[in-house]
Write a protein that binds this ligand. Structure first.
Ligand SMILES: [Mn+2]
Length: 442
């Protein structure tokens, strides 16, 4: 069966479970438009969800949506023998950015480098690896929690490094237009792409919302929706729950423990984050300029290493598979990445083990035919994740295009992009630009 036919089979099954209300129309729509993404206007009576909070929207907003049924995907049961490649068809690191300064992509000395013994873990046979990591085992990953100064919500979401890169590019290429896709260049932080991609794999998180701002000349920037800031400020490292805080902190402590100090430390307590600026292409028409936070560089294998701190993992546990799928996506967005996992004892916070893995081996761990099928969360199928990621970005661009005043507008226009529990992507035009959106010259 071709992936497309198979996708249709999956869709029909999904319709039974999820898209009950939309099913008859959606199927008709699907048959009519076959493989094309279909954009249909909102029938105002059937969609109470998009009518919420209309007070800050224009009088009669032009609201369009892309139904989940236009997403044709591989069967969630089918695992390719080889890991799907990077998420986009072309991807390269173009610069590094830290402490308000731009550096060439080759300046890996500004990235925290893995300590010498740890950097050899990737190629070492079991016994050798055991020797290399022994000095680190037992390290208390909860130890310096009081000294942590986490990034603020706005630092976390800032595309200033991308803007700085564009300005620098223009200085070096006078008179030339900066463009990655022929039509659109999406400027974003990596975590927005990761969050969008994880949507069908995380049923607890029913609804996703982002701000897309059309800056003119094909530039679309993605930012967080400030409507939900009150939620973020209670989650993860910002949480008031000391246990959640400890668990999040252990990730930072693992970084401190496995990497050398770089010269550019903001203070003793908190390192200055280092970002890689990545140019990617989804198609000839759509390109991305993405800010990816980097954990570490391996000076021996010359790879970007993503550090993760987890409790002991079991692939029978669907939350663990989900976490690892998220890691697989995250590392698929930054070229040349591999992964180092520090396993912590959840109770004492001691480092129990350090495991290195490639994206390929991580893929084989989570997409193994012997694992229990999880239909509700699309079986954590990595190939489907790549397809959904592409679908979300393409749909966002299509919806923005359908709702802007005109392509060469000189005033930014903001939109709310929502993905509901059914996987429908909905755009709503805002009358004002949210304050957290960083405006830049196109
Ligand atoms: Mn990390």
């Amino acid at each position: 069966m071709s992936p497309k036919q198979d996708g249709v089979v999956e869709l029909t099954k999904d319709l039974k479970g999820i898209n009950l209300r939309d099913a008859p129309n959606a199927v008709k729509e699907h048959q009519k438009k076959s493989s094309k993404w279909s954009t249909i206007s909102a029938p105002s009576s059937t969609r109470p969800s998009s009518q919420q909070g209309n007070d800050h929207l224009e009088g009669s907003p032009k609201s369009t949506r892309i139904p989940y049924t236009s997403f044709l995907h591989t069967s969630i049961r089918s695992f390719p023998t080889k890991s799907p490649a990077d998420i986009f068809y072309e991807s390269k690191e173009v610069a590094l950015f830290t402490d308000s300064q731009l550096y060439a992509a080759t300046r890996k000395d500004v990235v925290p480098n893995l300590k010498k013994d740890i950097s050899h873990l990737y190629e070492s046979p079991l016994l050798e690896a055991r020797k290399l990591k022994t000095p680190y085992l037992g390290h208390d990953l909860f130890s310096n929690i009081a000294e942590l100064v986490p990034m603020t919500i706005s630092e976390l979401d800032s595309v200033a490094p991308c803007i700085s890169y564009i300005e620098d590019w223009r200085l070096n290429n006078p008179g030339k237009p900066f463009k990655i896709g022929k039509k659109f260049t999406v400027v974003t932080t990596r975590h927005h792409i990761v969050d969008l991609t994880m949507h069908p794999f995380d049923r607890r998180n029913k609804h996703k919302s982002l701000i897309a701002t059309y800056m003119g000349n094909g530039f679309i920037s993605l930012s967080r929706n400030p409507k939900y800031d009150h939620q973020i400020s209670k989650e993860g490292i910002y949480s008031g729950d000391p246990n959640i805080k400890k668990i999040c902190y252990s990730g930072f402590e693992l970084e401190n423990c496995l990497t050398e100090n770089t010269k550019n430390s903001r203070s003793n307590a908190s390192k200055c984050p280092v970002f890689s600026i990545v140019e990617s292409k989804l198609s000839e028409d759509i390109g991305l300029l993405m800010r990816c936070e980097m954990d570490a560089f391996n000076p021996v294998s010359k790879t970007n290493t993503e550090l993760k701190c987890f409790g002991p993992l079991s692939m029978q546990n669907s939350n663990h598979r989900k976490k690892l799928l998220k890691t697989w996506i995250q590392t698929g967005l930054l070229p040349n990445s591999d992964i180092m996992i520090g396993l912590r004892d959840s109770y004492s916070g001691q480092l129990l083990d350090i495991q290195w893995c490639s994206r390929e081996s991580l893929f084989r761990k989570i997409n193994h035919p012997g694992l229990p099928l999880n239909k509700k969360e699309m079986n954590y199928n990595a190939k489907v994740a790549v397809e959904w990621c592409n679908h979300c970005i393409k749909s966002t661009c299509d919806l923005v295009e359908a709702n802007i005043s005109h392509y060469n507008c000189d005033k930014p226009e903001s939109f709310e992009i929502n993905i509901d529990a059914n996987g429908t992507i909905i755009i709503t035009k805002l009358i004002t630009i949210p304050r957290n959106v960083e405006i830049f010259k196109t």
